[in-house]
Design a binder for this molecule. Structure first.
Ligand code: PRX
Length: 634
């Protein structure tokens, strides 16, 4: 199923559009199904649903593990690299991974976990996270992985929304030179989550961790007490596989739900084709499993393909900015997939950290999560890829489940800063603000998708109306991505960034309303407005305009209150959402109907104050001058 040349791409693409069901049936037939599907696709974009491989029965872990046992039992599935460069790697073969997943499935059964129950995972980047994810899938429980950088408040709201029965965590997590006290944060979260029956705790940092009798259990003890469960639950193709929370333009993150069959088919197909994975390759995606990239391209895609996937616990700059490249040389990594933010951060540290390494094992480079600027693209291409490795700039989203627009490494052309062409089966469209599709090339519009694909979002957990409203109501008949996009004279797509109230900080998606809600919880804050602005390393930074109650501040200086506001955001969401700049303002630019004109704030934050457009509709146009004067420039 791997496309091997440009003509084949063009032909496959054409076929996939002309006859999608036949195309996807061919891809799906590469898997082990307990029962074959009866119909490939049923969908409706007006009253949204999309069902794939209808009445097919399977278990995704049988396809990730069992089916490889005959030929790849001793092949390494995971090579794990610790945060501490002196700690030994862990190498886990397909045979071992299968055994460990079945053991942990037995643990979950002992904790009365049934098919359909929600399990929350809040863990460091260690192999046990993969084991726990797969064990959930094995018994049909729905995993909800929460990035371990989120605060206990954010964790609690995700546990509550999914009504999770069990939480799996660790005593702590190593990240660079920091230790994150995960269990302490979980304890705080669980105070407001009475529905959680068990908490299983892995020992990783040997932190003191308070354990609650009758609720908390050590992973290591539970494994000893459980019998491995080898039988996998038979799942319907459309049964839920996981929930992953992501931010949107409203304050509350939504639980994007993916289902078993379609997600399996698409993550495998996209992994094989985008990265052009070959049997002996060592593949490394540096994402965290707390995000969709880790789900699809550390865990499921690579394991479905029987690949060797590197998993890294640490950060790119610890103990120094050569860490990635050292690991690439040491393990002989062939395919390397990371975020533009990491590239920019390492670029800023200078070439001395790169030049110590050969990097000659690399064949393919990838980026994901945010637009890559030209300078970073060329640096990556020249200094890491030595002008030899194609860069796959992969555009996709939590909701799409897998890569949608991207070069196929070495097969289709690359173009700096362009995600280029859609994968087979993906039908993008640029739509104008009235909902009409824009035809032809050299055009710009709202990036939408006009036909379903197997790994698309099925619903937002517990609130299907929200799913319909968010993705299917803006432009009738289309899935709307929230991104602006250009199609150039050659028909290549270039993502221009979000057109909604979502900001992308270091490749992490945050809703402006979510950050504002957190800021507003500070007792001296009356109102706030948050916008993104271009940031050299993070892509976008967070600029907050805040109105404070000056009476309440009394003896507190502005600097102190700004620090408190940052701490508040850390506490409510997590450190990733801390505003980079906070400007205390007297008022916000509002229309007479009370709507904040973010366009104006965005321009001021960007430093582009010469042409703010028409401000005559504002309730108090003079407020704009005072905000401009107080602008924080660096
Ligand atoms: O704005 C796009 C940006 O990231 C958003 C999706 O974020 P998330 O669901 O967190 O998933 C990130 C990892 C898949 C998109 O709406 N984005 C993602 N990839 C790219 C990108 N922007 C430009 N170029 C990309 N390659």
């Amino acid at each position: 199923m791997q496309i091997t040349n440009l003509e084949e791409y063009a032909k496959t693409y054409r076929e996939s559009v002309e006859n999608p069901e036949e195309f996807w049936a061919k891809v799906a037939s590469q898997f082990t199904w307990r029962e074959k599907w009866e119909k490939v696709l049923d969908y409706n974009f007006s009253d949204y649903y999309s069902k794939w491989f209808i009445n097919g029965k399977l278990n995704i872990t049988e396809n990730c593990l069992d089916r490889h046992l005959e030929t790849k039992k001793d092949k390494e599935a995971i090579i794990w690299v610790a945060n501490d460069p002196n700690e030994e790697d862990r190498r886990i073969t397909y045979g071992e991974l299968h055994q460990k997943v079945c053991e942990f499935a037995g643990v979950l059964k002992n904790h009365n976990v049934e098919k359909g129950d929600r399990i929350c995972l809040y863990m460091p980047m260690v192999p046990e996270l993969v084991i726990a994810v797969l064990a959930c899938a094995r018994i049909g429980a729905i995993h909800s992985v929460v990035f371990a950088g989120f605060s206990s408040n954010a964790l609690a709201s995700r546990i509550q929304d999914a009504n999770a029965k069990v939480i799996i965590t660790a005593d702590g997590a190593f990240r660079g030179n920091k230790i994150i006290p995960l269990k302490a944060w979980v304890n705080d979260a669980l105070d407001s989550c009475p529905g959680v029956e068990s908490c299983i705790v892995l020992k990783r940092t040997q932190e003191e961790a308070e354990m609650k009798e009758g609720r908390d259990y050590w992973w290591e003890d539970e494994i000893k007490n459980a019998k491995p469960l080898f039988d996998a639950e038979v799942m319907d193709s459309e049964d839920p596989l996981f929930i992953l929370y992501t931010s949107g333009s409203t304050g509350k993150p939504k639980g994007v739900l993916h289902s078993c069959g379609g997600y399996m088919v698409y993550t495998w197909y996209s992994f094989l084709n985008v990265f052009q994975y070959q049997e002996k390759d060592i593949y490394w995606c540096t994402a965290d499993i707390g995000w969709i990239t880790g789900h699809s391209y550390i865990v499921y895609g690579p394991l479905l393909a029987g690949a060797t996937s590197v998993m890294f616990e640490g950060v790119p700059t610890y103990p120094d900015a050569g860490r990635f490249w050292k690991i690439v040389d040491r393990l002989g990594v062939n395919i390397f997939y990371t975020a533009p933010t990491a590239i920019r951060a390492l670029m800023a540290k200078g070439l001395e950290y790169v030049n110590l390494y050969q990097l000659d094992s690399l064949k393919v480079l990838g980026t994901v999560g945010e637009p890559i600027n030209s300078e970073a693209w060329h640096w990556y291409h020249t200094h890491i890829g030595k002008d030899r490795c194609p860069i796959v700039d992969t555009w996709w989203q939590t909701e799409t489940g897998g890569i949608m627009i991207s070069p196929l490494a070495g097969i289709t052309p690359t173009k700096p800063t362009y995600a280029t062409l859609p994968l087979p089966g993906i039908q993008p469209a640029l739509v104008d603000n009235k909902g009409n599709e824009i035809q032809g090339n050299s055009v710009e519009g709202n990036l939408s998708i006009k036909f379903p694909w197997p790994s698309m979002i099925r619903t937002t957990y517990g609130d299907h109306e929200r799913c319909k409203n968010t993705y299917f109501s803006t432009f009738k008949g289309y899935y709307f991505t929230g991104d602006g996009c250009k199609r150039d004279e050659e028909g290549y797509y270039r993502i221009l960034g979000r057109v909604d109230d979502v900001i992308n900080v270091s490749g992490h998606r945050l809703g402006t309303a979510e950050v504002e809600n957190a800021i507003n919880l500070h007792s001296s804050v009356i109102e706030s407005a948050v916008v993104g602005y271009p940031h050299e390393i993070k892509g976008q930074g967070i600029y907050a305009f805040v109105i404070c109650d000056l009476h309440k501040l009394e003896n507190t200086s502005f600097e102190e209150v700004k620090k408190e506001i940052r701490d508040k955001v850390s506490e409510v969401i997590g450190a990733i959402a801390k505003p980079d700049k906070i400007q205390i303002v007297k008022g916000l630019p509002k229309t007479r109907s009370g709507k904040i004109m973010r366009r104006i704030l965005r321009k001021i934050a960007e430093g582009d104050t010469t042409n703010l457009g028409d401000i005559s509709t504002l309730l108090d146009p003079s407020i704009v001058e005072s905000i401009k004067e107080g602008r924080i420039s660096n």
